[in-house]
Design a protein around this ligand. Structure first.
Ligand code: ADP
Ligand code: NI
Length: 220
């Protein structure tokens, strides 16, 4: 089995697992992160094989999908060990995956070029029009409301508060999304993040206009 076949088999495996997800982590998210990661890898000189494998598997390891971080990583490791890969390759893929998640600002900083690229790609997919759509999908899947002005925006929070605390889709913009542009690892991702950030700001402006009825004023 060559490298291309390893990638194809991994893609088929992940597709089977995430095809029916409706919480913003579906197979199309993986495809976009894979494409973005490969684009960034070319620009940044990261190892494309490690990057593509990590991008494909990054959400299998996510605690929201696997139940716990340990369980998720064990699934990824079990998958990788039955492929014809060196121990070194397996460790590089796992290292890159281990730093992807945001966790309310408690995530780890990537130590490798490959980790930086995949983290940036996953975060870029949380921004812009797609990011907005995914946020409302996720909030819906958790039974959160779209917006509630009575709930305060949390400035700091523990990992647990971020994951399980009371929040709304609109709050997620302030608690994570609007912070991401300053947290990009690579220059190419930062540029894309700025564009997507501006689009979210416009969206929020219009959202509040409609929420408050300002656009309904015929005399404006
Ligand atoms: P995280 O590391 O923050 O859990 P994910 O990438 O796994 O992020 O989250 C999947 C999608 O759901 C992303 O688009 C993310 O911004 C969004 N999301 C995560 N947590 C929330 C939340 N509490 N409310 C709304 N959207 C969320
Ligand atoms: Ni993801």
């Amino acid at each position: 089995m060559n490298k291309q076949e390893c990638i194809q088999r991994t893609a088929d495996y992940v597709k089977m697992l995430l095809e029916h997800d409706t919480s913003g982590h579906d197979w199309w998210h993986i495809k976009r992160v894979r494409r973005l990661s490969l684009m960034l890898a070319t620009q940044e000189g990261a190892n494309p094989f490690i990057v593509e494998m990590a991008a494909l598997l990054h959400d299998i390891a996510d605690e929201k999908i696997a139940g716990s971080e340990e369980k998720g990583m064990a699934t990824v490791r079990a998958w990788l060990t039955q492929l014809p890969l060196s121990t070194d390759e397996i460790e590089q893929i796992i290292e890159a995956i281990s730093t992807v998640s945001y966790k309310g600002g408690h995530g780890k900083k990537p130590l490798t070029q490959e980790g930086m690229v995949v983290q940036d790609a996953d975060r870029l997919d949380a921004l812009g029009a797609i990011g907005i759509a995914r946020t409302f999908m996720y909030a819906g899947s958790r039974g959160h409301s779209m917006y509630d002005p009575a709930i305060p925006v949390r400035e700091t929070m523990t990992k647990e508060e971020y994951r399980y605390g009371r929040s709304t889709a609109l709050h997620h913009f302030y608690e994570k999304l609007l912070k991401l542009k300053d947290l990009m690892n690579t220059k190419s991702a930062r540029k894309l993040a700025m564009e997507r950030h501006r689009f979210m700001e416009q969206f929020l402006q219009q959202f509040y206009r409609e929420w408050d009825g300002h656009d309904e004023d015929v005399n404006r």
